[in-house]
Ligand binder design. Structure first.
Ligand code: 5RP
Length: 232
């Protein structure tokens, strides 16, 4: 099974959780795109849902499939968000933001009664941190903000190079007009401590640690589908 097939299998399994009349949050990334594609097929067959996309890329995809969209300001409480992840552990703590959409993803997921994560099983890790943690910061004073991130991270037991995200030779700018600092910590021994420390830094808009948010993970892999439920 290729990673692409594993993502497809996870997305298909997640579609089984969709019910007529639901208000849905639509994630961002290659796995979430497979969910959106499948949802488009269900809508074409008469499924009635209304959705909030977590990025402009997802908005475009959903629009092209005639999936009814709304804004979070119109529907501030959603039934279910389905999104991908860059890493997840057995507690369903996540690193997200590889696609740069972490802020809207977190706002939408935290406005949902349930968040389901879909991924191929290579995303599962014992300890978060191998994937560089994305942190969304405002462009003003980015150097000073980066120094504070470094300091706070060290306090939380994390060390490693920080890099301003560049894509195709250009500074990466998020849908919100911010930039991303990717923190290659290698491992994050206490994600809660790090998340709290990062949240106090002026200039940090949000970070890619999604803790206590997802209640279910659906992972595709060579042995089929693995389901992980959050215990607490
Ligand atoms: C975007 C994200 C994505 O969900 C994450 O990067 C996973 O993407 P993919 O499904 O392409 O591996 O957080 O900001």
């Amino acid at each position: 099974m290729t990673p692409d097939e594993a993502k497809e299998a996870a997305a298909r399994e997640a579609l089984k959780h969709v019910r007529d009349g639901m208000k849905l949050g639509l994630g961002t990334g290659s796995t979430a795109a497979k969910f959106v594609a499948g949802l488009g097929e269900m809508v074409a067959q008469g499924l009635n849902v209304v959705c909030v996309p977590t990025s402009e890329a997802t908005r475009k995809q959903a629009e092209s499939l005639n999936i009814p969209l709304t804004r979070l300001d119109e529907e501030p409480i959603l039934d279910l968000t389905v999104d991908g992840a860059d890493e997840l552990d057995s507690d369903l703590s996540l690193i997200k933001g590889g696609g740069g959409a972490l802020l809207r993803e977190k706002i939408v997921a935290s406005s949902s009664r349930q968040m389901i994560v879909i991924a191929d099983d290579t995303k599962k890790v014992d300890t978060l941190g191998k994937f560089a943690l994305p942190i969304e910061v405002v462009p003003f004073g980015v150097k000073s903000t980066a120094m504070k991130i470094e300091h706070a991270s060290r306090w939380a037991g994390c060390e490693g190079p920080l890099a301003l995200r560049i894509r195709d030779g250009e500074l990466f700018v998020t849908d919100n007009g911010n930039v991303i600092i990717d923190c290659a910590f290698g491992q994050i021994p206490d994600a809660q401590k790090l998340a709290s420390a990062l949240s106090t830094i002026p200039g940090v808009v949000d970070h890619g640690l999604f803790l206590d948010m997802a209640s279910l993970a659906i992972l595709g892999g060579p042995n089929g589908i693995e389901i992980i439920e959050r215990k607490r």
